[in-house]
Ligand binder design. Sequence first.
Ligand code: 5AD
Ligand code: SF4
Length: 435
Amino acid sequence: MTGPRKLYIKTYGCQMNVYDSERMAEAMGGQGYVQTDRPDDADMILLNTCHIREKAAEKVYSELGRYKGLKAAKPDLRIGVAGCVAQAEGEEIMRRQPMVDLVVGPQSYHRLPEMEARAGNGAKVLDTDFPEEDKFERLKGRSKAKRGPTAFLTVQEGCDKFCAFCVVPYTRGAEVSRPADRVMAEARDLVERGVREITLLGQNVNAYHGHDRGLAGLIRQLATIDGLERIRFTTSHPNDMDDDLIAAHGDCEKLMPYLHLPVQAGSDRILKRMNRQHTAESYLRVIERLRAARPDLHLSGDFIVGFPEETEEDFRATLDLIEAVEYGSAFSFKYSERPGTPAAERPQVPEDEKDDRLQRLQALLTRQQRALQDAMVGREVGVLFEKPGRQPGQMGGKSEYLHAVHVEAEGLQPGDLRKVRITDSGPNSLAGTLV
Ligand code: 5AD
Ligand code: SF4
């Protein structure tokens, strides 16, 4: 007697991959697969990969290496590689790791069930096309099962900006938006399944044009769904923060006061070489307007240190910009050469310089983050509870500003949205009591 086949998915990289993995698991559910969290128990292993920095890409090969023994012991184990490494290095993956049965690029996920059926018994299947059809529409099998109170929903993919360091325009292709009515239908479905907060995802989500009034139009329409309490979106480009989207931060109650708006660097010389198409000043002006619309807005950003030809003076301009903005959270990276991108060909900053700058940058960002978090003590915030905390009797959730908050209280359920007074600020989270 054999039970259902088991699928193990490991997800790397950004939230869009988290969403894609969910959709792929649901689609494979239609082929009789259930998910497992143990690779040694699986009939199929799928790595959903990230190509944004070299380290992320290399992880795939070391992970695959670990599965050699499993594959030897169980020859019909199917091994698949999905995501951006699949897109960028498809054939090379098959060459370097012959045990891989299938390689599927991010635009071809709807073909996965059929690819899985063809793979195995020595047959290799590779699909890294950019087909015309909407993969999300074709990815059947959205489940109706109850789920947690927060969900991601991809509304836009790809990017036309071509920042000189970034592989996204090559791996995910040109900017494509999903039509608003399909997004609305999916959002209603999620809400019926228990979701209270939706984060709209896109590589350049504020370039969304699937609604005649852009992302702001979509957000306002989503806000009409009863039972949907919170809307967020990520990730954005400063040049696509149009007037209506800025205004929505002030007048759309369901849009949360937290915005991830990467700037990457604070020196205009470097921003130009990065092909960012904005200056430090124009970025600061956008932030000023956002804060005029929503004074308590928490900002988050991405930073790259050691971009080719970045001098100490350029780097200091980044620190100055950070001082001027005061970020509530941030992600920072050492520049990583990506094959095929313009910046990879340029004179590189030595590794020890990059290390030194990253440390100084992160020290400043951590100080800011901690100061803003500590300033929450004594304030009242709304918390959407998600799951039990580490201690018995605790429930944890997120504030409007995306701070992790836990309280000790009986009877709270995931999905409850309650007012909480913050009493304490710890290293990674806030503590509070129900109001
Ligand atoms: N090197 C380092 N960081 C990078 N990012 C994108 N490409 C690179 C690269 N080649 C960072 C940017 C982007 C985030 C998702 O990853 O900061 O906003
Ligand atoms: Fe990459 Fe973002 Fe620039 Fe697009 S806007 S090229 S995704 S960093």
